[in-house]
Design a protein around this ligand. Structure first.
Ligand code: SF4
Length: 235
């Protein structure tokens, strides 16, 4: 097929094909409720989902709800989450998050981004994970994979996660935001791998402006895609 011109047309093809390739995407963090998903997502910063899933059973067994975690001994939480890295900060954020949920939201994890980001350790990415995965509300988490693929596919030329969220969100239906994010992450892990994108095996190759080029670009060139051009998302 002819290569789609314009970010909106590319986004349509990308959304359709990734949905066909990865129909049953789901969040890999083990959780049973919003509190557990929020805690697990805080722990997932700079850490693999697999490692987080190894520590959360003990964490949630010891502290099953926000009220229990809110009064936890920091050293005990640090010991449980130590293997996830940055454990002192994460333990502090977990306890602070639980205190915030308990004291300001009646023990119930809020669903609004503006409320979620007031909790310690919760940024827009984490808030959007909660919205899209647990609350089934529009939310577009932008992580390193979503950033890289969105830029390679020229769905955005931005580097800031909030701006990327805005660009990408303007190209697809809000109901698709969460699933698109999960599918871009899946494609980034399996095919469009950071240091060695498999363009020859990529179902987006005939659509992607970076096909065959991404692997040969220097990290700096990958980070700065054609400076001076207008945002691809607005083309
Ligand atoms: S064609 Fe290459 S650079 Fe483009 S999305 Fe696929 S693997 Fe990534």
């Amino acid at each position: 097929m002819a290569r789609p011109r314009g970010a909106r047309a590319r986004a349509e093809v990308v959304t359709y094909r990734l949905a066909a390739e990865y129909p049953d995407v789901h969040c890999a963090l083990t959780h049973r409720n919003a509190f557990e998903l929020l805690a697990a997502t805080i722990l997932s910063a700079q850490c693999t989902d697999e490692r987080v899933n190894r520590v959360t059973p003990k964490l949630f067994s010891r502290y099953p709800d926000p009220a229990a975690l809110a009064v936890a001994d920091p050293a005990s939480v640090e010991e449980i989450v130590a293997s996830t890295g940055f454990f002192r900060m994460k333990a502090k954020n977990l306890i602070g998050m639980a205190q915030g949920v308990t004291e300001r939201f009646g023990g119930v994890v809020p669903s609004a981004v503006d409320d979620l980001v007031t909790l310690p350790g919760v940024g827009r990415k984490t808030a959007n994970v909660l919205r899209s995965v647990w609350f089934d509300e529009p939310g577009l988490p932008v992580d390193t994979h979503v950033t890289r693929l969105s830029r390679l596919l020229r769905l955005t030329s931005e580097t800031d996660a909030v701006r990327i969220e805005h660009d990408l969100g303007g190209l697809v239906e809000p109901s698709e935001w969460g699933r698109l994010s999960l599918r871009l992450i899946e494609h980034g892990r399996r095919v469009c791998i950071a240091r060695r994108p498999q363009c020859g095996a990529c179902l987006l190759a005939d659509t992607c402006p970076s096909a065959g080029r991404a692997g040969s670009l220097s990290p700096r060139a990958r980070a700065v895609t054609r400076p001076g051009r207008a945002s691809a998302a607005r083309s």
